[in-house]
Structure formats: structure tokens, C-alpha cells
Design a protein around this ligand. Structure first.
Ligand code: COA
Length: 170
């Protein structure tokens, strides 16, 4: 997310006001998104959070829908995935791109894909530190906190209206 001029700042502010990020979100399968999604996930989960590299990619990537946010430069800055069993996961935004609506834009695009697929309820395992992020997008925590890859998590859920109806939140 380069650009520190006043025009860029105003652009970002306007984009946030309208619930959009100054990035392009692309949605695709693993073959299309692998390189970009892997770059972001390794930067955030492996290098920043210390999750073992061998846990980062798994066999479920091949069957998931992946959303990747690209900066105007073309560099990938955020990602997330939707599994066929209606689980959202691997949500990550590079540190320099956080707080600008990028994560919300990725999550909204995955929710939209889920709705088109006719999924009725979405689930995710939220890092406890990110609970507020998901709550803003309409997810509700269910059950107690637990450890996953050495990090505290809560399960969260959000129900979806039938295809053709607009989601009421997020
Ligand atoms: C969590 C994460 C994906 C959020 O991405 P982001 O691009 O910074 O989030 P956004 O800017 O779209 O934020 C959307 C809203 O959520 C809020 N928010 C963002 N991160 C938050 C957090 N950790 N806790 C509480 N609220 C948060 C923002 O303030 C914003 O609220 P607003 O609309 O009322 O202003 C990003 O911080 C990240 O990659 N963190 C490290 C990896 C991680 O924890 N992934 C989640 C794994 S479950």
C-alpha cells in the first residue's frame, strides 16, 4: 500500500467511508491464486506469527475458493479462503495494509461467494485477537476459547440469507 500523498490519503478515507478498500479483490481457485495467497500467508502466519511452515498450506487449499487483494501496484496484500463445508479461513492482511478495509473487503467477497453457492451458515476459527474484526462483519462467537497451532481461538458463525437476498449485515 504505497502512496503517502494527500490525494491517496483522501482516496483511502473515501473508500473506507463507502465500505470499500483501495485494492482489487480477485476470487479464484488454488491454481489461479496459489502464488499470491501463499506469499501473503507465509509473510503473516509463518514469519510474523511463527506458525510452522509445514502447517500453513494444506490439502484443503486445492478445493477452496480463494480471495486475494491486490494493491494498485499489482502486489498481493491480503487473502482468505472459503472451504466447501462453509468454513472461512486463512484470513491475512500484510501489516502495512491493515486498518484500511482490506480484510473486510476480502471477507465480504467470500461471504458473497458463499451466498451464491447457497450456503446457509458460515463458520470460522477466529484468533481471539481478531474477534472484533469478525464481529464487525456479522459473525458471532460460539463456545469457549481453545488453542490451535499454539494460538488462542474462538469458533464463530454467521447465518446467510438465501441466494438473491442481500445479507443484512457486514
Ligand atoms: C485480522 C486482519 C485480517 C484484519 O484485516 P484489516 O485489513 O486490518 O481489517 P479492516 O481494516 O478491514 O478492518 C475492518 C474493521 O475491523 C476492525 N478490526 C480490524 N482488526 C481488528 C482486530 N484485530 N480486533 C478488533 N477489530 C479489528 C477495524 O477497526 C475495522 O472496524 P471499522 O470498520 O469499525 O473501522 C489483519 O489484522 C491480519 O491479517 N491480522 C493478522 C492475521 C490474523 O490474525 N488473521 C486472522 C486469523 S483468524
Amino acid at each position: 500500500m504505497s502512496g503517502s500523498g494527500g490525494k491517496d490519503r483522501r482516496g483511502r478515507a473515501a473508500a473506507r467511508q463507502h465500505g470499500q478498500a483501495p485494492v482489487r479483490i480477485r476470487v479464484g481457485d488454488w491454481e489461479q491464486m496459489r502464488a499470491a495467497a501463499t506469499a501473503v500467508r507465509f509473510a503473516v502466519f509463518v514469519r510474523e506469527q511463527g506458525i510452522p511452515a509445514e502447517l500453513e498450506l494444506d490439502e484443503r487449499d486445492a478445493g477452496a475458493v480463494h480471495a486475494v487483494a491486490f494493491a494498485p501496484s499489482g502486489a498481493p496484500v491480503g487473502t482468505g479462503r472459503l472451504l466447501p463445508d462453509a468454513h472461512i479461513g486463512r484470513m491475512a492482511v500484510l501489516p502495512a495494509a491493515r486498518g484500511q478495509g482490506v480484510g473486510a473487503a476480502i471477507l465480504r467477497s467470500l461471504v458473497a461467494v458463499a451466498q451464491v453457492k447457497g450456503m446457509q451458515e458460515l463458520h470460522l476459527h477466529a484468533q481471539s485477537s481478531a474477534l472484533g474484526f469478525y464481529e464487525r462483519l456479522g459473525f458471532v462467537a460460539v463456545g469457549d476459547e481453545y488453542q490451535e497451532a499454539g494460538i488462542a481461538h474462538r469458533t464463530m458463525a454467521r447465518s446467510l440469507p438465501p441466494p438473491g437476498q442481500r445479507p443484512t449485515r457486514g
